[in-house]
Design a protein around this ligand. Structure first.
Ligand code: HEM
Length: 137
């Protein structure tokens, strides 16, 4: 992965961190708007969704921080991908989650979500989800 891509993703994620709980809420509302059937994969209490949002943001933070050392990140993503099979996540769902993620970043970053930043995130999500999928299906 190019150093420039990593820097763009890491710097833009720093700006999302302070609004992480809001970003998590935006993410799930976008996700369920794109595919309402995905709701049934997640716990349905508000508390549990908050917890889920925390987990997602924490994992994204760890992944973004770990991009500079992809070798160490890969086994973590492989395990995460395998656990997602048990959550009934299908390969096709990864595209929907990717679209919800980009939409969330756009909402959270506003003008800072430049085409360059968007491209960098699409690249990073593609690599992360690719590793998860390859380990799982
Ligand atoms: C890069 C992509 C993704 C990341 C980083 C990610 C991250 C996480 C994390 C950290 C957890 C907590 C549980 C664990 O560690 O095993 C989790 C759970 C879960 N994720 Fe993902 N995920 C991704 C993609 C997806 C996709 C594509 C779906 C499909 C809708 C999905 C649906 C779920 C569900 C249903 C759970 C379990 C919820 C529960 O029962 O508590 N995730 N995810």
């Amino acid at each position: 992965m190019e150093a420039k891509t990593i820097t763009l993703v890491q710097e833009s994620f720093e700006k999302v961190k302070p609004i992480a709980p809001t970003a998590a809420e935006i993410f799930y509302s976008k996700l369920f708007e794109l595919d309402p059937k995905l709701k049934q994969l997640f716990p349905n209490s508000t508390e549990a969704m908050k917890e889920q949002g925390n987990k997602l943001m924490t994992m994204l933070a760890a992944a973004v921080a770990g991009l500079s050392n992809l070798d160490a990140l890969i086994p973590v993503l492989q395990d995460l991908g395998k656990r997602h099979v048990a959550y009934n996540v299908k390969e096709s769902h990864y595209d929907t989650v990717g679209a919800a993620l980009l939409g969330t970043l756009e909402a959270g970053l506003g003008d800072d979500f430049t085409p360059e930043v968007k491209g960098a995130w699409a690249n990073v999500y593609g690599v992360m989800s690719g590793v998860m999928i390859k380990a799982s299906y």
